[in-house]
Design a protein around this ligand. Structure first.
Ligand code: HEM
Length: 282
């Protein structure tokens, strides 16, 4: 695990901001593209516009932060911006195009534009970092992209399935059921892609069991497995009760979503560490 100075801590926050705003924008857009929530809903379209703007700011900040980190401080960072851009241009272009597509998708209520924007925003994570320096960079980028687009869908559940007054119990029950129908494919897909990445980047069993990187990936897997059990309970015990006894089921759903949010926050923290201070020894 790398020692951390002020610059290192700032770098962690900037990376976390990219992951959080990325999953937020990807998640809402993929839920709308899959029909879990309606792309015609004004409040949702506003949320996607805000998330896409936050993502654009996070990507721009990370670009600046990379130059500062390379220069070892503010002095000389501007001079290195060109080099950083050269290294990260594919990821930056993918993110920039994604933000434009998400904004257009929200403005024109287009599920297709929202899906394309979400996929490009996810792919941007695979066009930098460990995937970019891998022997098979495009294969690795594709798997990271798939993993992150599915992670965004799943991790955004607490944003849309939380019982709120403005959402009728009928609509909440319908959303929860639609989300479950997609999640039953998305979650196993996320885990298989995650296992594939662990194998590609982790340096085999030895590398995964004897490194801080392996520990971070294990933490993610444990969080995902607990969240998966929660999702199965939701599907088997709660989905029907939300339709038949909403007053009893809704507080249970809120509790499940709160636990989910905590598990996803832990998984996000673990992946931020895994891709910064706990990166596998190259
Ligand atoms: C079985 C569960 C999971 C496994 C095995 C797994 C494994 C991985 C691995 C090995 C990577 C590549 C990290 C690198 O670049 O070195 C990764 C990336 C990522 N994972 Fe997962 N993951 C899992 C679940 C999740 C969940 C539940 C979330 C979200 C809440 C998530 C979000 C991400 C993100 C955002 C990245 C991209 C990070 C980056 O490139 O900067 N993963 N995952």
């Amino acid at each position: 695990m790398l020692a951390l100075d002020g610059l290192g801590v700032a770098g962690l926050f900037v990376k976390a901001a990219w992951v959080v705003t990325g999953l937020w924008a990807i998640g809402l857009s993929m839920q709308a593209a899959c029909g879990v929530i309606s792309a015609r809903e004004a409040s949702l379209r506003r949320s996607i516009l805000v998330a896409a703007t936050a993502l654009a700011v996070a990507v721009a900040t990370r670009f600046g932060m990379s130059a500062v980190e390379l220069a070892g401080g503010l002095d000389g960072a501007i001079g290195l911006a060109g080099l950083v851009f050269e290294i990260k241009q594919n990821s930056i272009f993918s993110s920039a195009t994604a933000c434009c597509l998400l904004a257009a998708g929200a403005a024109f209520r287009s599920r297709l534009l929202l899906a394309c924007g979400a996929i490009l925003a996810a792919l941007a994570f695979g066009l930098t970092g460990h995937a970019r320096s891998h022997d098979m960079p495009w294969l690795a980028a594709g798997i990271v992209g798939l993993h992150v687009v599915l992670a965004g869908f799943w991790a955004s559940a607490p944003l849309t399935l939380w019982p709120i007054n403005s959402l009728s119990s009928v609509e909440l029950a319908a959303r929860n059921r639609r989300f479950g129908q997609v999640a039953i494919i998305a979650v196993p897909g996320l885990m298989i892609a995650g296992a594939g990445l662990a194998w590609l980047f982790g340096g085999g069993v030895e590398g995964l069991t004897r490194s801080a990187y392996g520990t971070m990936i294990a933490i993610k897997a444990i969080c995902a497995i607990v969240a998966l059990c929660l999702g199965a309970w939701n599907r088997l015990a709660l989905a029907e009760a939300l339709e038949t006894e909403p007053s009893r089921a809704q507080p249970l759903l809120a509790r499940a979503m709160a636990l989910d949010a905590a598990l996803f926050a832990a998984a996000i923290l673990a992946v931020v560490f895994a891709t910064t201070i706990a990166a596998p020894a190259s």
